[in-house]
Design a protein around this ligand. Structure first.
Ligand SMILES: *Cc1c(COP(=O)(O)O)cnc(C)c1O
Length: 439
């Protein structure tokens, strides 16, 4: 018999589901490489009145009244972004990384243009695919050759390709991002082609800000986009930073185009509560970002080494597995990426199955690998010692085929010690908070 639920029942049901979700993550090891925990101080602002308001355009040039304080918040957020990334130009309005990418595409390309970028199996994001934002702009992306040994672009072949294609825009940066993009090494080719250099730092933004990984805007990138909630542990949002070439006038012209790409290009209101939360995140990262980023990379390298010693096929061996927060493991010998990711989920270890460079991109549902990120576990205070235990838990599920329900009990027990947030102003507050709103 179908039970008819009242509207209030549905509302209460949603409340209950959110609570269950929160408790599940509290009891789990969240290892999705694109996720993180926002700090308590930043989280607080997400439920402020700012959520209810509108602002369009830039401070002092709005289309709505009521923005007196919003203008000041936006100016401070922008200044903090410039300070953290040491640049003259920052736009904090994009509401996601994809949205920031769309703004750059809108600003720097026209339909019919050709750009170059990393291949999908090499970890490119869907926003740069022909069935994503790039395709939607009517732009064609030609893919760089990828070197599986290096787990990076093939530098010689990529240089040749760039010189031959002469792309309007050369895009770098990936969603499976183990090693820095070789933009320094490709400088000659990029200059010869006269390409605008765009770095998508969605995944590694927090590492870059913390002085780890690479420094794209000083290595030849003209503009960098990113999500503010991956290794930069802020609200779900986007950002654009730039270091345009040329004299003052040229730089201003470039930046104007980018800002018009944002508004009126791809957003109207820019979700002001998230902007205020981003300001807190930026301020916290200026204080704690270096330490946090260093620990993330140490943790990722430790986890990769441990898994490798257990006999897992961890990619990027030649270069020490990873220089970021991410690890990529070929799990064909353990039953494939899908099987392993699903078993791990039953043990409360949350990660995703992932295409490997040698997989058929037309079969994204049954790829050979899993992707693991350590940025959230690091945020919870885990260090190298804990990574060794995490590797053991993964091995018990994926390799020993132990009953995931049994491993789950050990995960829960272990996690009890690691549910407060670090590297932020109010350290040691509960990380997975659920505020009972419906009485
Ligand atoms: C995650 C990601 C994005 C998009 O980010 P959203 O904030 O989810 O829209 C863009 N580019 C790359 C390389 C990413 O990994």
């Amino acid at each position: 018999m179908v039970r008819i639920m009242s509207s209030l029942d549905y509302a209460l049901k949603i409340n209950e589901l959110v609570k269950k979700h929160t408790e599940w993550f509290r009891d789990s090891l969240p290892m999705i490489a694109s996720e993180n925990l926002i700090s308590p101080m930043a989280m607080q602002l997400l439920i402020s009145d700012l959520h209810n308001r509108y602002a369009e355009g830039l401070p002092g040039k709005r289309y709505y009244q009521g923005n007196i304080y919003v203008d000041e918040i936006e100016e401070i957020t922008t200044e903090l972004a410039k300070k953290l990334f040491r640049v003259d130009y920052a736009d904090v309005r994009p509401i996601s990384g994809t949205n920031a990418n769309q703004a750059v595409l809108f600003a720097l390309t026209k339909p019919g243009d050709v750009i170059t970028g990393p291949p999908l199996q090499g970890g490119a994001h869907i926003s740069s695919a022909k069935f994503g934002s790039v395709g939607m702009r009517g732009v064609t992306k030609i893919e760089y050759p990828f070197d599986v040994e290096e787990m990076n672009l093939d530098i010689d072949l990529t240089a040749k390709l760039i010189k031959m294609v002469k792309p309007k825009v050369a895009l770098f940066g990936r969603s499976v991002f183990l090693f820095p993009a070789p933009i320094k090494e490709l400088q000659d080719a990029l200059q010869e082609a006269g390409a605008k250099v765009w770095y998508d730092g969605a995944h590694v933004l927090g590492l870059i800000a913390g002085g780890q990984f690479q420094d794209p805007l000083r290595e030849g990138a003209h503009v960098m986009t990113g999500s503010t909630h991956k290794t930069l542990p802020g609200p779900q949002r986007g950002i654009i930073l730039a270091n345009p070439p040329g004299d003052e006038e040229k730089r201003e012209k470039f930046w104007n185009k980018i800002q018009r790409g944002v508004f009126p290009g791809v957003i109207s209101n820019h979700h002001l509560h998230h902007m205020a939360a981003l300001a807190i995140t930026l301020a916290e990262h200026i204080e704690f970002g270096k330490k946090y980023a260093e620990q993330i990379v140490r943790n990722a390298q430790t986890l990769a080494q441990e898994l490798y010693e257990y006999g897992f096929k961890v990619l990027g061996e030649k270069n020490g597995f990873t220089k970021s927060h991410t690890i990529l493991v070929d799990t064909v010998a353990q039953g494939g990426g899908r099987r392993v990711a699903e078993d791990l989920e039953k043990a409360n270890i949350i990660c995703n199955y992932n295409l490997l460079p040698y997989d058929d991109p037309k079969k994204p549902r049954n790829p050979s690998g899993i992707r693991l990120g350590v940025q959230e576990l690091t945020r919870l205070g885990m260090k190298e010692g804990e990574m060794k235990y995490v590797a053991e838990l993964i091995k018990r599920v994926a390799m020993d085929k132990e009953d995931p329900a049994k491993v789950r009990e050990d995960v829960k027990e272990f996690k009890k010690e690691f549910n407060t947030i670090h590297y932020c102003f109010n350290e040691d507050e509960e990380a997975y908070r659920f505020i009972e709103l419906v009485k």
